[in-house]
Design a protein around this ligand. Structure first.
Ligand code: NAD
Length: 357
């Protein structure tokens, strides 16, 4: 006898369906939807119980758990970062997450978040740049043409009106892949310049996005190449001992972060003293702190990825997938006819096994 209560099934959205959902609605539409959702959730920052993510480091990378909750929903993401993975045929970043009902603890959604991590990261970058970059920016340098790169490029072209991309990756094949994929997404090759150095990529750039993946203290751009008024969107430095920017650049920039206790440990600002001034993005969104204050200021978004962005992504995807009828029911936790009779599960299973034999 199946004792499962239909109301207790968990929704499941796997990687293939998540990708189809994005295609069905359009990538730019989803980036915009995520950007709006993240902005709305950051605007109610005090509603959330927040903590820095819990990271387990190994020589090859890191595995992290990222929980956050408000009075209604609890969310977590599992995500790894293994820079050597691509040589093994695996992505650097893989992720999944869950939403649960705070009132009962019932898991309501289990969802691939690998694609969504790239989408929410790019949407958050665009959200920050909208507040921090100079108005009228038209050229972005993109350092690193790996998995995140297309999404960063499409968020900035689609949501911020960036017209020209100047790309540099130490691997020429990665740049070819990026140009090919962006062509598929409607950004013509004429709008993209593949460069032979980061200095060449930064020449004339209004915005610089760094999204490289070496687990070390790297300097993927030189301080001298960043002109006054630039907005720097630093995405790749997101782990202790893993940074992308020269300390001299941090010292002359106004720095914006997601959640200070986490970014102090993981972000570019791990290179600075623990009291170096930073502004949290939610303060700018709610008008409690200024964003850019003048045209020659260098603004720097020290992005590391915060759990609230995944909470927003989970809820946004759940709604889209529900409306599209793309959720599958998942037998994740037992539904019991008598909630105090867990043993009944074994008796039912025994009966099913006998029937099977
Ligand atoms: P990836 O491995 O797919 O791509 C990284 C690219 O950087 C590669 O093509 C590599 O050749 C290139 N590269 C390495 N060193 C370089 C250098 N000195 N100059 C130019 N190019 C260089 O990684 P990915 O999935 O695109 O992720 C990029 C980074 O973003 C990772 O460090 C990842 O941890 C980080 N990330 C951050 C967030 C966030 O929220 N901030 C979210 C997702 C990923």
């Amino acid at each position: 006898m199946d004792t499962r209560n239909a109301a207790m099934t968990t929704d499941f959205l796997g990687a293939t369906q998540a990708a189809r959902l994005v295609v069905r609605h359009g990538l730019t539409h989803c980036l915009q939807g995520l950007c709006d959702t993240i902005e709305a959730d950051f605007a109610r920052w005090p509603d959330f119980e927040k903590s820095a993510r819990i990271a387990h480091h190994s020589s090859g990378g890191v595995i992290e758990l990222m929980p956050v909750s408000d009075a209604r929903d609890y969310a977590f993401k599992y995500v790894n970062g293994h820079p050597g993975n691509t040589a093994r045929g695996l992505p650097t970043v893989m992720a999944f997450g869950a939403l649960a009902d705070v009132a009962t603890g019932l898991p309501v959604l289990l969802c691939d978040l690998t694609l969504a991590t790239a989408l929410r990261t790019a949407a958050t970058s665009a959200l920050a740049a909208r507040r921090l970059a100079r108005p009228g920016c038209h050229t972005m340098a993109l350092i690193g043409a790996g998995s995140q790169a297309e999404f960063q490029a499409l968020a900035f072209t689609g949501l911020l009106g960036i017209e020209r991309l100047r790309v540099f990756d130490i691997d020429a094949q990665a740049m070819h892949k990026l140009v090919d994929n962006l062509g598929h997404a409607g950004v013509t090759a004429q709008r993209i310049t593949c460069c032979t150095s980061s200095a060449e990529a930064l020449d004339g750039a209004d915005i610089v996005t760094t999204a490289t993946a070496a687990k070390r203290r790297a300097c993927v751009i030189a301080d001298a190449d960043v002109r006054p008024g630039t907005h720097v969107n630093a995405v790749g430095g997101d782990c202790p001992g893993k940074t992308e920017l020269p300390a001299a650049l941090l010292q002359r920039a106004r720095i914006f972060v997601e959640y200070t206790p986490q970014t102090r440990v993981e972000g570019e600002i791990q290179q600075l003293t623990a009291d170096a001034p930073v502004t949290e993005l939610w303060q700018v969104i709610t008008g409690q702190a200024p964003g850019r204050t003048h045209d020659t200021e260098i603004t720097l978004f020290d992005s590391v990825g915060f759990a609230l962005e995944d909470y927003s992504a989970l809820r946004y995807l759940h709604g889209l997938a529900r409306d599209a009828g793309m959720l599958q029911p998942l037998d994740l936790v037992p539904a019991l006819a008598d909630p105090r009779d867990l043993y009944r599960l074994l008796r039912d299973a025994q009966q099913a096994e006998r029937g099977f034999g």
